[in-house]
Design a binder for this molecule. Structure first.
Ligand code: NI
Length: 168
């Protein structure tokens, strides 16, 4: 089922998510809904809190338009190693119509459980490394705009307030 993706400044996006203790049918259903919602948007990643569910579950699919889908499901993901610096443009389904460059690590090693409860390790670089960092941030209530300089963030907030007023 495609669910509504919450958008800035919804306070649900600022909450910290709890670790998944048991992979139940409701977690499997959540992942299914997350995937449908992400592909419909379309986007390259989604975290459970973006649907208002505060569980540590993220999905990522950075496959290209003409490639078969390659869905990564990461439950309780943790960055266990990070190196190098990246500064690439990011967007977010929860921050529509806005993109900005964000300082990240260039390469990360991520450990997580898959849907079967098996431990998986990803050595990620480039877009995948950034996607992992972006999605894991969501689990801690952090949006990419929180990484911007004060000046840039104020410009973003002004733009967001204006857009909200125009919608009213
Ligand atoms: Ni996002």
């Amino acid at each position: 089922m495609i669910r509504t993706i919450l958008t800035y400044p919804n306070p649900e996006l600022k909450k910290k998510s709890a670790p998944v203790t048991v992979i139940t049918d409701s977690i499997r259903e959540l992942v299914q809904d997350m995937a449908e919602s992400m592909y419909a948007a379309p986007g390259v990643g989604l975290a459970a809190p973006q649907l208002g569910i505060h569980q540590r579950v993220i999905i990522i699919d950075i496959s290209g338009k003409n490639e078969p889908p390659d869905l990564i499901v990461a439950i309780n993901p943790k960055i266990v190693h990070a190196e190098g610096d990246a500064y690439e443009e990011e967007g977010c389904l929860s921050v529509p119509d806005y993109a900005a460059n964000v300082k990240r690590r260039a390469r990360v090693t991520v450990k997580a459980l898959d849907l079967e409860g098996a431990e998986r390790t990803w050595q990620a670089e480039d877009l995948l490394a950034i996607a992992f960092q972006h999605e894991i941030d969501h689990l801690d209530g952090i949006l990419f705009v929180d990484h911007l300089s004060t000046l840039k963030r104020e410009l973003f907030q002004r733009k967001a307030r204006k857009a909200a007023e125009e919608r009213r």
